[in-house]
Design a protein around this ligand. Structure first.
Ligand code: PRP
Ligand code: URA
Length: 214
């Protein structure tokens, strides 16, 4: 496990790197891309929630009665950032029991690179909750900062950002705005091009998952 900056964990494993390579490749078709996003998310969320809240339960197995065992008791709120974050939700639900999901939609203006919120379905009160913000791409960092601002404003106890590729400049912007929020990603890329895409990146994650918009 590497740390690109304090609080940023780069989940570093050959099987993950193999999948990120396939995700980046222009030859990867939409169905395979969607499947890879899910598989990568499985690994990221497993690492992110090692400290997931648990409690004791007493069960009977076929060979022993009254066995004290562990089960998840914490109810994490998953916040996918539309559109691309939607591609991560099912994978989180497959790994983590008891999750709830609340959607936030942002659109990045491709000329100014500033993001605008067009949907906010966060619960009014997030007091005491842990929130997992899912967005595969952190480019300028602006979208993730805005979403974490919205979540914080509702009183969440803790946020974790789950991303697939984060740029170095995006990480710096995010760190400055939300120094206490942990981020896990599968890769850190050095830079952005002159139209705000991560380089080498993987292109437009929303388009590759769901198809291009006009
Ligand atoms: C992408 C991506 C992030 C954002 C990252 O969304 O999913 O939300 O860009 O860019 P930033 O770090 O510079 O803010 P986009 O606005 O393209 O929307 P989409 O997922 O609906 O295609
Ligand atoms: N959004 C994406 O989907 N990809 C980028 O490279 C930058 C923003």
């Amino acid at each position: 496990m590497g740390a690109a900056a304090p609080g940023i964990t780069v989940v570093d494993h050959p099987v993950l790197a193999h999948r990120v390579t396939a995700l980046r490749d222009t030859r990867t078709d939409r169905d395979t891309f969607r499947q890879l996003v899910g598989e990568i998310t499985h690994f990221l969320v497993y690492e992110a929630l090692r400290d997931l809240g648990t409690g004791e339960v007493v069960i009977d197995t076929p060979v022993a009665d009254g066995v004290v065992a562990c089960r998840v008791t914490e109810n994490v709120l998953v916040v996918p950032v539309l559109r691309a974050g939607l591609g991560m939700v099912q994978a989180v639900q497959e790994v983590v029991p008891l999750t709830e999901v609340a959607h936030v939609g942002l659109r990045r203006d491709e000329s100014t690179l500033r993001s605008e919120v067009y949907l906010n379905r966060l619960p009014r009160d997030l007091d005491g909750r842990r929130v997992l913000v899912c967005d595969p791409m952190v480019a300028t960092g602006g979208s993730l900062v805005q979403v974490c601002d919205l979540v914080r404003a509702r009183g969440a106890k803790e946020m974790i950002a789950l991303c697939i590729i984060a740029s170095e400049p995006g990480i710096a912007v995010f760190r400055a705005a939300h120094p206490s929020v942990r981020m896990l990603c599968a890769a850190v890329d050095p830079t952005l091009n002159d139209v705000g895409y991560i380089v080498p990146g993987l292109g437009d994650a929303g388009d590759r998952l769901f198809g291009p918009l006009d």
